[in-house]
Ligand binder design. Sequence first.
Ligand code: GRA
Length: 383
Amino acid sequence: MDFDLTDELIAVRDLARDFAEKEIGPTAAQDDRERRFRRDLVSKMGELGFYGCVIPEEYGGSGLGALALMLITEEIARVHSAMRVFINMQVGPAVTLLQFGTEEQKKKWLPPLIRGETVGCFAITEPDAGSDVAAMRATAARKNGAYVLNGTKIWISNAPVADRALVYAYTDRSQKHKGISAFYVDLHQPGVGRRSLETLGAHASPIGELTFENLQVLEENRIGNEGEGFKICMWQLNQTRLSCAAGALGVARAAREAAVSYCNQREQFGQKIGQFQMNQDLIAQMVVEEEAARLLVYRAAFLADRKRPNNLEVSMAKYAAAEAAAFAADAALRILGAYGYSTEFPVERYFRDAKSYQIVEGSSNIQKLIIAQDALGYRKANR
Ligand code: GRA
């Protein structure tokens, strides 16, 4: 086992850290408060090659790999969690196109996604289909050699601002999950409706509803074969889930850093508050949970880079990192007291943002279900 990062990975991580601290950090609080969509930063992350790590050079990527992508994501999320969502919205569709798209589709759609020229998103969730993906109701009915897409997708990151969406819908309801298909859809067309939604955290990451009303989708926009959509979706979630885990790791780290810094600065009862064992208890737990999550995230990425199955490892990483972030943000808030609760300091933002990781990309309960079913021998996660 080698726990050292290569010089190349260290350089990528440092580039992301520097960018996050200099370009994202100074306006993070304001972007959050004003719910600003920072299209300029989405472009800059594209220019820096952040979206291209897992994409080969021939399609505009760098091929640096999944571990590089996780290091970048962690650094961005550490400074502003909402900003790492954009990475997932570009890379999620891109990596799925790479895996399941035709040569023509990849050549046409990957480079603009990787450069950040096309703003991407993916649309799985519906009002009645969250954890239960196969319960979706959206349909894509074949008509005159094309498809007519109808349905409502909700809680879709980037829905208010995206140019393109990877959309999952039933082409044949009678086939249950084997009747779902995947489409890469242009959202600037008649038949697409959008509605913004407000959430507790990640305010600088626009989220909302997408409605499709008799939207014409050409056959050339279908990804994979008809009926392969559920398999494609599960494959995609295995990639985007890991990206969320890295994001959660960044938030856990930010909260831990804030707590440690405050412990070393604040004095009460004649001594630094870090001297109090009740605070040390919280700090120790934060440090260990964060580091354990980091090792799990890196290992899952290490396996991805070696093209080895990692569904179980991704679920463990996502579960551990989401819980570490929620714990760390809560603990930091306890330690900072009123300064944690105050909206003038960033810890309350970490607290709001941390909660999202227990919900998105398969809730903590879904990850536990996958892990436990594997351990009990009911259903292997790595198939
Ligand atoms: O045996 P079979 O041929 O019928 O196939 C089954 C199974 O082998 C079939 O699907 C296959 N399958 C897979 N294939 C490849 C299942 N999992 C995988 C896989 N990982 N890879 C049906 O399987 P099943 O287990 O019976 O399916 P299920 O019970 O309907 O669902 C399983 C499960 C609950 C795990 C799944 O639905 C799931 O992951 N749910 C969580 C949904 C989720 O993660 N949503 C995320 C929404 S997007 C989002 O949050 C965006 C956030 C953006 C951001 O913040 O960055």
